[in-house]
Every structure is written in C-alpha cells, then in structure tokens.
Design a protein around this ligand. Structure first.
Ligand SMILES: Cc1ncc(C[n+]2csc(CCOP(=O)(O)OP(=O)(O)O)c2C)c(N)n1
Length: 275
C-alpha cells in the first residue's frame, strides 16, 4: 500500500471507494449508502495517510487501531481495506452473502483486520477507550481512532465514555463524529438535537476540533494536531453530508438504509466517474 499526504491523491482514492460502495450495495441489494458516503473521505485519509498500519500484518502489536462504531457504515471500511490490499477487491462482491467475511456490520471473528464487531450503536467508543488504555499501560506508541455517527451519540453509553476518557489521560484516543445530521427517523436536529456539540465535548475536557468532513485538507490538519503529545483525548466534530458524492442521495434520509436499483446505480456511477 502506498501512503500519501497529497489531498489530490486522497480525493482520487475516496472517489474510487465511493464507486466501490455503490457497486457493492447495488449487488447486495441492501445496505447503508448515506452514512458510508458521508464517512469515506475521513476513513480514506486515516488509512492512506495518517494511520500507522500494515494491511498485510493486521495483528502487529503497535498498529494504530480504527474502530467503526457506526458499524452499518462498514461498506466504506471494506472499500478502503480492498483499495489498500488488506482484502481482495473480488471479495467486495460478496457483501452480505451467507458465509461471506464481509457482512452488513463488521465481524472481527470472521475478518480480523477489522478491530471490533460493531453495529449495536453506542459501544465503539467504550471499546476504543479500553484499547487505548491498554496501549497506554504497555507504553505503545499506537493511537486509537473511533468513528461514530451523530445519531449514534444520542446513546447514553457514549457519554459515560466521554466522561471517563480524560480521567485516564488518553491522549492516544481520537473520537471522530460524522455529523451528517441524518439518522433513521429523520434529522438529528429534530430527533434529539446535540447542539452545542463541540462545547459539550469541551465541557467534558476533551481537546476538540471542528472540520468540514469532506475537505481532505482540513481532515489532514486536524489529524496532525491530534498527534501532538498530550494527556487530553481528542474529538473531531466533522460536518458532513449524508450520501455525499451522489446528487440524488445527498441529504436525503431515504438513502440511510436502501440500496440503489440498477437504474439508480448507473446514474450514481456516472456521476462519480465524472467527478
Ligand atoms: C443500539 C442500536 N439501536 C438502533 C440501531 C438501528 N440503527 C441503525 S443505523 C441507525 C441510525 C444511526 O444514525 P447515525 O449514527 O447518525 O448514522 P449515519 O447517519 O452516519 O449513518 C439506527 C438507529 C442500531 N444499529 N443499534
């Protein structure tokens, strides 16, 4: 896998991953395009630029970890893993098939390159924090990144973990919230408004940054800032667009958990190829 800090190269990788996400979901006939497309620029930047990991050696002790707490967005992670050579591209054709390693939510028992089995929302930050604490006690240089959805963080367990992260002085922990303002039942601002979200994390004593989650440049700068040695855990509040990259999916809650039909797939792929 070739790592890069070039925003243009990262954009190009993210575009290819968007194509893979649409093709995967279309073939499977089910899945979650909206939250996969909102997360892909961040996940691509992490894996191809900032994370210290080896796609051929997923058990390496000092690897950086990525926990996809919003497990339903896993097509984005599979696309990146395939692009990086951690899984075969052909395996993407098996999404959600019986006995496939790549299910609709990540399954670590079947696919050890994913760090945690998630899907039951609200748990990933607790897992990430436990791993970060273990790494700190072992004096490992590894860092732990955890991506959550904004709808997901309405879960109470998340706030228990936000409360305890600073107590354990986990400067090696980076929480990323994919704020696309969409969840199953509607807009997050209407279902259970989180504002002022950055202030809430700050009040719990996290180091907080707000970024445009589709600006590779802003994501790179924010991730670099989380690498400064500190005892304070980091939160990145990423403003994103649900369905980003496919015009008819953007900001349309209906695309939270629905696969495109063949005609929609063709339109989506044409748009992405022209980007
Ligand atoms: C504990 C739990 N409750 C409900 C669900 C069903 N569910 C799946 S996705 C989703 C909405 C999540 O919204 P958000 O976290 O904002 O995800 P995104 O918009 O990024 O896809 C819900 C409620 C679940 N997976 N886990």
């Amino acid at each position: 896998m070739k790592k890069t800090d070039s925003p243009d190269e990262l954009r190009s990788l993210a575009r290819q991953c968007r194509i893979d996400i649409i093709e995967m979901l279309s073939r499977a006939g089910s899945g979650h395009p909206g939250g996969s497309l909102s997360a892909i620029d961040i996940i691509t930047t992490l894996f191809f630029s900032k994370m210290n990991w080896d796609p051929k050696n997923p058990a390496w002790d000092d690897r950086d970890r990525f926990i996809l707490s919003k497990g339903h967005g896993v097509p984005a992670l599979y696309a990146v893993l395939a692009e990086a050579g951690a899984i075969a591209k052909e395996e993407l054709n098996t999404l959600r098939r019986i006995n496939s390693r790549i299910q609709g939510h990540p399954d670590r028992a079947a696919l050890p390159v994913v760090e945690a089995s998630t899907g039951s929302l609200g748990q990933g930050l607790s897992i990430a924090q436990g791993i970060a604490l273990g790494l700190k006690l072992k004096k490992s240089p590894a860092r732990v990144y955890c991506m959550m959805g904004d709808g997901e963080i309405q879960e109470g367990q998340v706030w228990e973990t936000i409360m305890s992260g600073p107590k354990f002085k986990l400067g090696n922990l980076v929480a990323i919230v994919d704020c696309n303002n969409g969840q199953i039942d509607g807009h997050v601002t209407e279902v259970m408004d989180l504002a002022p979200l950055a202030d809430k994390w700050r009040a719990f004593r996290w180091h907080v940054q707000e970024v445009n989650g589709h600006s590779i440049e802003e994501i790179l700068i924010a991730l670099d800032k989380t690498a400064t040695p500190t005892d304070q855990p980091h939160a990145i509040i990423a403003r994103t667009v649900k369905g980003k990259g496919v015009s008819f999916m953007e900001n349309n809650i209906g695309w939270h958990g629905m696969a495109p039909n063949p005609e929609e797939t063709a339109r989506a792929l044409e748009e992405l190829r022209q980007r």
